[in-house]
Design a protein around this ligand. Structure first.
Ligand code: UD1
Ligand code: UDP
Length: 392
């Protein structure tokens, strides 16, 4: 088991900052590739790309976008708001079954890695693009670095759980954002130098962009008062493609008689709502740009969601979050006090006001959720790659 006494934690979490000298060296010939494909990937990866470019300005940094998400509202807007560089490769994978999407991404990522002779591929999170990146890179001898490694819901009916397990098994370096992830990896035999606790890069994006988000006019535009609306996001197939969706929406419509309910609708969910012609009393919007969404999230009375990232952001923002799932791979959001797991059906929403009474808003943030995870991740990536390249 990893040693979790606080001195060791600090040594591991902060230990590599000093290696940021900007001298031109052999290491400047290194090629770092970063994979993104979906909305949450852009938000998690932006701080890592920024920090890597600052730490190794003369090395080559390549961004590969699989195109798993491709609508402007799910992709382009995040590149603009997060100031992500234009992708060097846009693989146009698009939508399809799991096998189709993963296979298309796998073959196209492989070609990009072979063409560029990348040394490492950094893969974020748990989406199909992540799985494809893990398999493509490891088979062509490119080091795999998994960002947000070690999360486990212990629910193998979730596609994300399979993607995470495979990505972690093949990863040469696992970058984790909370201590429970270190324990999960150790239980699967992944430990020692292969695991680095760097903190949460999604929170880096939040910290950096919250001041701009505070200037958003979205609340006025939607005609709601700060602190007096519920914000909803739903996109897990287990919910939105089941009978539960109509039942959950019916409860939200009842709640909308007392408080505005704003529901930015994910494309998967849009199709399901349109098919059943439900949701008429809710304030439905297209997927929102990041800054508008952050602004609404920061000032919501509460958030109702099945999103992974939203559970984390509400923890940092100390906004009550009711998670419409039976489990979470992010237990720190629950132990921190703001997040409650209320089950994937409508029942947990019926006593929402009583639940909100019991929400805790602790002062302390989870360790490493401090806006500096990107630089720590970059230090760990560079240290790994430069040590490894000595043996290449
Ligand atoms: C994916 C991830 C999920 C993540 C979510 C973030 C997998 C298995 N799932 O789910 O873990 O939480 O992204 O949002 O990788 N669509 C569009 N336009 C787009 C993208 C999608 O219309 O730009 C529609 C298509 O009909 C598509 C459906 O949404 O079939 C689902 O998209 P997909 O990327 O397959 O899965 P998500 O539900 O977005
Ligand atoms: N988000 C956004 N606009 C929206 C909904 C969500 O910018 O309309 C952001 C949100 O702030 C968070 C991320 O998208 O950073 C979460 O992504 P999503 O819920 O799609 O995926 P998950 O985190 O569940 O994998």
């Amino acid at each position: 088991m990893p040693n979790h006494n606080s001195t060791d934690r600090r040594a591991q979490i902060g230990g590599t900052h000093a290696r940021s000298a900007h001298l031109r060296t052999m290491s400047d010939n290194h090629k770092y590739a970063y994979l993104v494909g979906t909305r949450p990937n852009f938000i998690k990866m932006a701080p890592v790309v920024d920090a890597m470019r600052a730490l190794r300005p003369f090395a080559e940094h390549l961004l590969i976008h699989t195109g798993q998400h491709y609508d402007d509202s799910m992709s382009r807007v995040f590149f603009e708001e997060l100031n992500l560089p234009r992708p060097d490769f846009f693989l146009e994978v698009g939508s399809g079954s799991h096998a189709f999407q993963t296979a298309a991404a796998l073959t196209r990522i492989e070609s990009a890695l072979i063409e560029t002779h990348a040394d490492v591929l950094v893969i974020p999170g748990d989406v199909n693009s992540t799985l494809a990146g893990a398999l493509a890179a490891t088979k062509v001898g490119v080091s795999v670095i998994h960002l947000e490694s070690g999360l486990r819901s212990r629910d193998r009916s979730m596609p994300e759980e399979i993607n995470r397990i495979v990505a972690d098994q093949v990863a040469d370096l696992c970058l984790v954002h909370s201590w429970s992830a270190v324990e999960n990896l150790a239980a699967e035999g992944i430990e020692g130098d292969r695991v680095r606790m760097v903190g949460n890069t999604m929170i880096d994006s939040l910290v950096r962009h919250l001041p701009s988000a505070e200037r958003s006019q979205i609340a006025d535009h939607l005609g709601v008062e700060k602190g007096h609306y519920l914000l909803v996001t739903l996109h897990r197939p287990s919910l939105v493609e089941s009978q539960d969706l109509a039942l959950v929406v019916a409860v939200l419509e009842d709640l909308a008689e007392d408080i505005p309910v704003i529901f930015p609708v994910h494309p998967r969910t849009r199709e399901a709502l349109d098919r059943r012609e439900i949701g008429g009393r809710l304030t439905l919007t297209p997927p929102l740009p990041y800054l508008d969404f952050l602004s609404l999230e920061a000032h919501a009375r509460a958030v109702v969601t099945d999103s992974g990232g939203v559970q984390e952001e509400t923890t940092f923002l100390r906004v009550p979050c009711l998670t419409l799932r039976d489990n979470t791979e992010r237990p720190v959001t629950v132990t921190s006090g703001t997040n409650q797991i209320i089950g994937s059906g409508p029942d947990g929403l019926r006593d929402i006001w009583a639940r909100l009474e019991s929400v805790q808003r602790p002062e302390e943030q989870p360790e490493g959720w401090d806006g500096m995870a990107g630089p720590r991740a970059a230090a760990a990536i560079v240290e790994f790659n430069e040590a490894f390249s000595d043996t290449r």
